[in-house]
Design a protein around this ligand. Sequence first.
Ligand code: GAR
Length: 210
Amino acid sequence: MPETATAIIAPPLPTVWPQFGQPLQLGVMASGNGSNLEAIAQAIHRGDLHAEIRAVIYNNPGAKVADRARRLGLPTVLLNHRQYPSREALDKEIVETLRRHGVEWVIMAGWMRCVTSVLIDAFPRQVLNIHPSLLPSFPGLRAVDQALAAGVKLAGCTVHHVELAVDSGPVIMQAAVPVEPDDSTETLQARIQQQEHVIYPAAIALAAIA
Ligand code: GAR
């Protein structure tokens, strides 16, 4: 069986990045596992991304991302959406929290809530999201299942600027992975996530110099 290739689709990164200037001040928003948070933290640690993670906001008590963040020595803030009367009220608190921590770039990494203009307008063009499909295909929940059900031969992931509609906004970077005939949700998701961990740090750097 020939080895299958993975395509990463992006303009080339300049080699001078990330040595110059102040580190990017990141705030990460996550709801669950936090593997993308960890990948970004590792990229920073390796020197591949000139940035600092100022705060990790999560919305589900007990989410694994909080344990990861604490292990990485990162400040965590639980903002449980169930305790806010509206999406706007939650986003107002998110904006205040991010500002209090000196955040410039908002990195949604498995944040499974719709956001409002309260957040988007507070950080113009500086709210990024990752989604496990080649957008604009398969936005929303269970993107990997959607791809399998559609019978596509290429799946992948996308980092994009966040606009109001779910999983929409200008694409920064994508990675494509092959769908194998015997793929399950889990095997395809794992292959996609490997690429998420590669492109998210690179896409953050790319967005910052664009
Ligand atoms: C990632 O696969 C990300 O693409 C997806 O949630 C997962 C979070 O994984 N996001 C969305 O579906 C957003 N629409 P992680 O918690 O291990 O980083």
